[in-house]
Design a protein around this ligand. Structure first.
Ligand code: GLY
Length: 367
């Protein structure tokens, strides 16, 4: 159980994602040579996790920058407070930031690292499934503004990512389940083995020490690593593949649902709903088979995620989708499947299809 899995991310500045149990001692090896100061950016609520770091980073100057929990940290005031602290400590280009937390901490900490001195090294230690399989890999960093989420940011790839599954032991069950939303998404867009694993495992068995959870996390990381290695900056894929945009499968409606619920729904829950929605849309606009549409409901439902929703009227959701930052000009774009693991972009679907797909999502009989 104590073995390490190393997943290389082969972008222009390659790095490794290291996965295992009880592997925080690998942090030292991921730090670039010559680092003298380390700033650990972490939420106040994770203070208990800091204890081993004094030993792990012995001999280095370590400062801890405590930030608010979750999205509350992703604003310019918190970023500015971090910059201020780095300035006071005399942080130079050869020093490093370490993030320890969920996806919001990774986004903020990555952004601070991207902007300080135009970029210092950052190592991510994600503490949630969502952080491991999505936020920590691929170099997207950012903060929110009053105009919307993640509107200010930068691509800044980490020097390494340490996914210690032991950190998931105290994660609330609902957070583990929500993180599986992005994992199941990876099953549909690229790695059907993920779906087989999910379908054949009792969800209560997916605990922090479960080999199946580990395989799911590793497979999802590999999907993301492959995608970002091919299209880091989301400029497009080759041979009809959507490129990095594929990771947005289900996200256009998911973002609209998150906004309609004032972000009270978990991201992974909204992604599950968004994926069911685009499957229904693809059935209408592109002829996706009814079996594959049904498989979306069974796979997301199996891990405990919602597969039907009627919490807002279609017009409200449509208006939000039209301003989604993935829309280009006035045209709505969705990543849809032609078949399992065969994603394509659907641009400008008819309003009739968009509406009918939402009716199918909101029809509880259909779930
Ligand atoms: N979370 C989507 C991406 O990294 O592109």
């Amino acid at each position: 159980m104590n073995h390490l899995t190393v997943i290389p991310v082969t972008t222009a500045a390659p790095y490794d994602v290291v996965v295992g149990h009880g592997i925080l001692d690998r942090l030292r090896g991921l730090l670039p040579a010559g680092v003298q100061r380390v700033a650990i950016i972490t939420p106040e609520s994770l203070e208990d996790l800091l204890e081993p770091f004094a030993d792990l980073l012995e001999g280095l100057d370590v400062i801890v920058l405590q930030v608010p929990d979750g999205e509350e940290a992703k604003n310019w005031e918190v970023a500015a407070a971090c910059w201020e602290s780095l300035g006071e400590e005399g942080f130079t280009r050869s020093d490093a930031v370490v993030t320890l937390g969920g996806g919001a901490t990774t986004d903020l900490g990555g952004f601070v690292a991207a902007t300080w001195l135009r970029g210092v090294a950052v190592i991510h230690i994600p503490t949630t499934v969502l952080g491991m399989v999505d936020a920590a890999v691929g170099g997207k960093t950012g903060i929110n503004t009053p105009a919307g989420k993640n509107l200010v940011g930068s691509f800044h790839e980490p020097a390494g990512v340490l996914c210690d599954l032991a950190l998931l032991a105290t994660l609330p069950r609902a957070e583990v389940v929500a993180g599986l939303g992005e994992v199941v998404k990876c099953g549909f867009i690229a790695d059907p083995r993920i779906l087989e694993l999910v379908e054949s495992t009792e969800p209560s068995d997916l605990t922090a020490d479960s080999p199946v959870l580990r395989e799911l996390v590793e497979r999802a990381i590999r999907v993301k690593a492959d995608v970002v290695a091919g299209d880091l900056r989301e400029t497009g894929g080759v041979d009809g593949h959507p490129g990095r945009e594929v990771l947005n499968y289900g996200h256009t409606l998911a973002h609209a649902i998150e906004r309609a619920t004032d972000y009270s729904i978990r991201h992974g829950e909204a992604v599950a709903l968004g994926c069911v929605y685009v499957a229904e849309l693809a059935a209408r606009a592109g002829g996706l088979s009814p079996e594959l549409v049904a498989r979306h409901r069974t796979a997301f439902g199996k891990v405990g995620l919602p597969t039907s929703w009627d919490g807002a009227d279609f017009e409200t959701l449509l208006a939000t989708m039209r301003v989604d930052k993935k829309a280009r000009g006035n045209q709505l774009r969705f990543v849809v499947l032609e078949d399992l693991a065969r994603p394509v972009v659907l641009a400008g679907p008819s309003e009739e299809d968009l509406r009918a797909a939402y009716s199918a999502l909101s029809d509880r009989q259909g779930s």
